[in-house]
Design a protein. Structure first.
Length: 209
């Protein structure tokens, strides 16, 4: 049995796409394949024109570190590290001569409004602040693509709205954003909705300007 099957999907650079569907429809599996965290058992997947299946593990790791930022529902922050240190982890696997690391981390925190909590541990933050920290970690390396799997699933409505605002702002500045969500109100703010059922794309519709 395949988690997803027969999916044909093209996402342009600079799009904001929401993937929706019932539990078990294949949304997260599709997102993981897009993020190269899972390998497809068949078919073709190209990222930026490059055939991903042909890459070695080392090259996939480099691709993820330089081109993709990940945001998860449960934040995935390191409990004993400060906000600054958690955000800095987003640069850990970069080996392309990045300079001004401190400035990059501060800029990422500023962008999501969490710089004033730089010295705090995750347990001292609200859920919304923890997700802001996670987004800062995802964007600190200036990725072309941000993937967010249920990024507001553990948040109250006010915090959820703030997180979607941040993702929208990233998209306005050229970052391709793909989210998985159950919340139609948030999906409607994307430029395109991809609806999945039983592992297949059921509908792909663009929002009217």
């Amino acid at each position: 049995m395949h988690a997803i099957k027969g999916v044909t999907l093209a996402i342009d650079q600079g799009e904001f796409v929401a993937i929706i569907g019932p539990s078990g429809s294949g949304k997260s599996t599709l997102l993981n394949i897009i993020g190269t965290l899972e390998a497809p058992t068949g078919g073709v997947y190209r990222l930026g024109g490059q055939e991903v299946a042909a890459l070695r593990d080392r090259d996939l790791s480099r691709l993820r570190a330089t081109q993709i930022g990940f945001v998860f529902q449960n934040f995935n922050l390191i409990d004993h590290l400060s906000v600054f240190e958690n955000v800095k982890l987003g640069l850990r696997f970069r080996h392309d001569g990045l300079v001004n690391t401190r400035e990059r981390v501060i800029a990422a925190m500023d962008k999501v409004g969490i710089a004033h909590r730089a010295d705090h541990l995750p347990r001292h933050l609200s859920g919304g602040q923890q997700q802001r920290c996670a987004i800062a970690r995802a964007i600190v390396g200036n990725p072309a693509l941000v993937l967010a799997d249920e990024p507001t699933g553990n948040l109250d409505s006010k915090s959820a709205n703030q997180i979607i605002n941040i993702l929208e702002d990233l998209n306005r500045h050229g970052t391709t954003v793909i989210i998985v969500t159950h919340a139609m109100g948030q999906a409607d703010r994307a430029s395109r909705i991809v609806e999945m059922h039983d592992g297949a794309v059921h509908l792909s519709s663009r929002r009217l300007p």
